[in-house]
Design a protein around this ligand. Structure first.
Ligand code: KG4
Ligand code: ZN
Length: 356
């Protein structure tokens, strides 16, 4: 079964073709990072307009590169939630139109669930794909720009939220700390790079203590970085924070990046380890943009007593292959949606299963 996946929830316009929920036939991602860099973050109206410009060529390229004609496509899977409303609408409208014109079943897909399903892609023309699919029960550590949560999957679509962030998402914390210390957007990769040469024990930063055993919090850590930077350069909270980076040396910047990254990653791994011990899952996966972080991968592999297979970096950050992969499993048990009434839902978190 061949599924065309379409993703446009934030600042990546993407289309991909996946066969039988695991075989990657094509994966096209058009990133808007360069457009938003100038503003230090994603500008929603600009994002939506950029999606409109490229969505059709991106879909055509995905079909062409997979060697598929419309006759070969069995269904369309499209992100309907969560995300920026204008961005979501562009992908959804394109998918609905194509479903109507070509008479294909259409499945609305939850973006955050789909990040988890990137781990089910095991075949195709991409380096570093896992050799086997994860087995159930599966513990998923979801770490993206908008989400930080631990979810236990008992089977496809049958899952339970164990814990989540009480304030900022982990990716958001990387992005905000990068701004404080003057590293370019997106903050995750630039902090990881700067941290390579930094001293991770230079600045003592606190780990949040929470009542929920598997819950996270990153807002306090972010503020602690801000206070430590102010102290280091000898100004107080009244100093304009956008002028702070100019007072930091490159060495200080790297040490702050490394110290923040160490505490942020340790926090994630502490909670994942606690959940692992309590639930004894047969596999552990990580999902979302921050899953591209090398330190997170190393720490998890060191501290958990099982072999973890990580998805390639390109499948951790936003893409449509994960949408098409989840679309396949979803289609096994769910009826398609009426393309005339499919609507987007900008805020919808993953608590209990969204599958019927
Ligand atoms: O999943 P994603 O691409 O978009 C959302 O659905 O949110 O995640 C984007 C987030 C950003 O906050 C970005 O800074 C972070 O993932 N990120 C990283 C790395 N690469 C991307 N964070 C830490 N280390 C990385 N290597
Ligand atoms: Zn995402």
């Amino acid at each position: 079964m061949r599924i065309l996946g379409i993703e446009s929830s934030c600042d990546e316009t993407a289309a991909a073709i996946i066969e039988d929920g695991k075989r990657l036939l094509s994966n096209v991602v058009q990133s808007q990072i360069d457009i938003h860099k100038a503003y230090g973050g994603v500008v929603p109206e600009v994002a939506a307009r950029s999606h409109i410009e490229v969505i059709n060529p991106v879909i055509e390229q995905a079909l062409r590169e997979s060697g598929s004609k419309w006759d070969d496509i069995d269904a369309i899977a499209v992100t309907y939630a969560p995300g920026l409303i204008g961005s979501l609408m562009v992908g959804a409208l394109a998918a609905r139109t194509l479903a109507i014109i070509h008479n294909k079943p259409i499945f609305p897909i939850h973006h955050v669930e789909a990040h988890v399903y990137a781990n089910f892609i095991t075949e195709g023309n991409m380096a570093n794909l896992p050799s086997t699919q994860p087995s159930f029960p599966m513990l998923a550590l979801i770490v993206s720009g908008g989400h930080s949560q631990l979810v236990l999957f008992k089977s496809h679509g049958n899952y339970e939220l164990l814990g989540q962030t009480q304030d900022d998402a982990i990716g958001e914390a990387f992005d905000k700390v990068a701004k404080i210390i003057g590293l370019p957007y997106p903050g995750g990769p630039s902090i990881a790079k700067a941290a390579e040469l930094g001293d991770a024990f230079k600045y003592p930063l606190p780990k949040a203590k929470l009542s929920g055993k598997y819950d996270f919090s990153f807002s306090g850590l972010k503020t602690a970085v801000l206070r430590a930077v102010q102290k280091e350069v000898g100004v107080d909270y009244s100093f304009p924070s956008h002028e702070l980076p100019g007072l930091l040396s490159d060495v200080q910047r790297r040490d702050f990046a490394a110290s923040f990254q160490r505490v942020a990653i340790e926090t994630l791994v502490d909670k994942a380890e606690a959940a692992y011990k309590d639930y004894q899952p047969s596999s552990v996966v990580i999902a979302g943009g921050v899953a591209a972080n090398q330190m997170l991968r190393q720490e998890l592999s060191t501290r958990l007593p099982l072999d973890i297979q990580y998805a390639p970096m390109q499948l951790c950050t936003d893409n449509a292959a994960m949408i098409a992969a989840l679309g396949y499993y979803y289609a096994q048990s769910q009826d398609p949606t009426d393309p005339y009434s499919l609507e987007v839902t900008p805020s919808l978190s993953m608590t209990k299963t969204a599958w019927a």
